[in-house]
Write a new protein. Structure first.
Length: 107
């Protein structure tokens, strides 16, 4: 409930920057890279997130159609698509953290 109120408040203020602050990666040790590189990485990550969300939605449709037609192969295909999409979303969302950890181990 608290998060919903915060999102509504940020949306009411009119700035999309306030809403996207929560999904922007924390660059930590990679903060020295240029602004253009950060923008490119952010766009690529956003594109990957949108693709994976779309893939999860298509997987949910496969599950729905498979259940309606009593087609277990279609349902299994949908379950695989949803699971792999959500795993990919987790990997993309935590990419900056993973890079920071790997960089920290290298030092």
């Amino acid at each position: 409930m608290q998060v919903t109120q915060q999102v509504v408040q940020l949306a009411a203020e009119g700035g999309i920057g306030g809403i996207t602050e929560g999904i922007r990666p924390d660059w930590a040790v990679f903060g020295a890279i240029g602004t253009k590189a950060k923008i490119i990485v952010g766009v690529v990550m956003a594109g990957a997130v949108l693709f994976l969300l779309g893939s999860a939605i298509v997987g949910a449709v496969h599950i729905r159609v498979g259940n309606q037609q009593h087609n277990s192969m279609e349902t299994k295909k949908g379950q695989t698509m949803v699971a792999s999409s959500l795993l990919g979303l987790f990997a993309v969302a935590s990419m900056s953290t993973l890079f920071g950890i790997v960089y920290g181990f290298g030092i």
